[in-house]
Design a protein around this ligand. Structure first.
Ligand SMILES: *Cc1c(COP(=O)(O)O)cnc(C)c1O
Length: 400
């Protein structure tokens, strides 16, 4: 059902059309939600178009997998029931004694899976500061199967040089580079073009974009890797449901326009915060003081919609801020049209032990914002009134 798109069709055009096209039978412009578990066959060994059971494949999911492959400039995509189910499929390929070099500032759920699930199976992990390529190199072993990075990382927005990490993985002869591209999205950053082997997404965030589903995806180029991962997708069974695939297809159509506004709104809020006297530091890859600004400019087209900051009053101020905002909803997750605020150490990253969090530079009073698509002036006004409440809570004089 795919459109025959011009080869040089640009990102925004592929976002709307890749993997999709009018139904050849009735002209339906939107890909139907194929709510079916099974498919009629013409003979025990003859399927129609390759479909036999929806855990293995489903036409709505296929459309999304082709769409995501196109957006990441890969050859294939595989969709899973959640971002973590995608990570799980990667880990299912490993055997006891295999080793993974991972960032020391990963999404808390990823860290929890590595340490609480796969270490029990004899998989070994080294968590290192991947912003320094030498640290990755030093951690490599003959048994290393993945270099697993998040850039920008969650919640400290540290950036890893993808091209350098790819070179280290390639030179090892054993490891593939996996990049969790959830924060940047393929509109801002395409790791496969920089040498990564596999891109991972939580579709629950910007790609879905409306905080109404949970999903995950892997995208890559190498066919043998696709076959292995498709085997685990089917054999383990963590596949994306057709209705959720439909919702993500609806989300990717507007990804470019949404990301442009997420980025301009986040820039506005980041600049406002960085000039405010109650704010200790703002972490945003678009600010001149970001420690990896050069990498941001080299591998991202814009700085993204996520930012983190520390308040002078520490945890008390952070909790007061996050409990007082009116437009920013206090909630986990990110990447939806609506703005969200959270305090990672007690919410999304609570599964990481405090001493490990602190060693990685995650302060107890860190506040993370997912800047949405509301009017920028309303967002700044909301942040302003919440800062006043934070100042009171911390016993500091109210801000002017
Ligand atoms: C949310 C998130 C995940 C996990 O995805 P789920 O869809 O919640 O399972 C992985 N990586 C990053 C960076 C995330 O933000």
């Amino acid at each position: 059902m795919s459109h025959s798109l011009p080869k040089d069709a640009r990102f925004e055009t592929r976002a709307i059309h890749a993997g999709q096209g009018p139904d050849p039978r009735n002209g339906a412009v939107m890909t139907p939600v194929y709510l079916t578990s099974t498919y009629a066959q013409d003979a025990p060994t003859v399927t129609r178009d390759g479909y036999e059971y929806s855990r293995t494949s489903n036409p709505t999911r296929t459309a999304l997998e082709e769409n995501l492959a196109s957006l990441e400039n890969g050859n294939w995509g595989l969709c899973f029931a959640s971002g973590l189910a995608s990570t799980n499929a990667l880990m299912d390929r490993l055997v006891p004694g295999d080793h993974v070099v991972a960032g020391n500032d990963l999404y808390g759920g990823t860290y929890r899976m590595f340490t609480k699930v796969f270490e029990r199976y004899g998989i070994e992990f080294s968590f290192v500061d991947t912003t320094d390529p030498d640290k990755i190199k030093e951690a490599m072993r003959p048994t290393t199967k993945y270099v697993y990075i998040e850039t920008p990382s969650n919640p400290l927005l540290n950036l890893t040089d993808i091209a350098k990490a790819a070179e280290i993985a390639k030179n090892s002869g054993t490891a593939q580079l996996v990049v969790d591209n959830t924060f940047a999205t393929p509109y801002l950053q395409r790791p496969l073009e920089l040498g990564a082997d596999i891109v991972l997404h939580s579709l629950s965030k910007y790609l879905g974009g409306h905080s109404d589903l949970i999903g995950g995806a892997l995208v890559g180029r190498d066919e043998k890797t696709r076959e292995e991962l498709a085997f685990y997708q089917n054999a383990v069974g963590g596949c994306l449901a057709p209705l959720d695939a439909f919702l993500v297809l609806r989300g990717t159509k507007t990804l470019g326009v949404r990301m442009d506004r997420h980025c301009s709104n986040a820039t506005k809020v980041a600049e406002f915060l960085s000039e405010h006297e109650l704010v200790d530091r703002v972490i945003y890859p678009g600010l001149p003081n970001h420690p990896q600004l050069k990498i941001a400019q080299a591998q991202m087209s814009q700085p993204g919609g996520m930012l983190s900051f520390e308040l002078k009053g520490g945890v008390e101020a952070a909790n007061a801020f996050a409990s007082t905002t009116k437009i920013f909803t206090l909630a986990e997750s990110l990447g939806g049209v609506e703005s969200l605020v959270e305090v990672p150490p007690s919410m999304t990253h609570a599964s990481i032990p405090a001493e490990i969090r602190r060693a990685a530079g995650l302060a107890d009073g860190l506040v993370r914002l997912s800047v949405g698509l509301e009017h920028e002036d309303d967002l700044v006004a909301d942040v302003t009134q919440a800062l006043t409440a934070a100042a009171k809570a911390a016993g500091a004089p109210a801000a002017s």
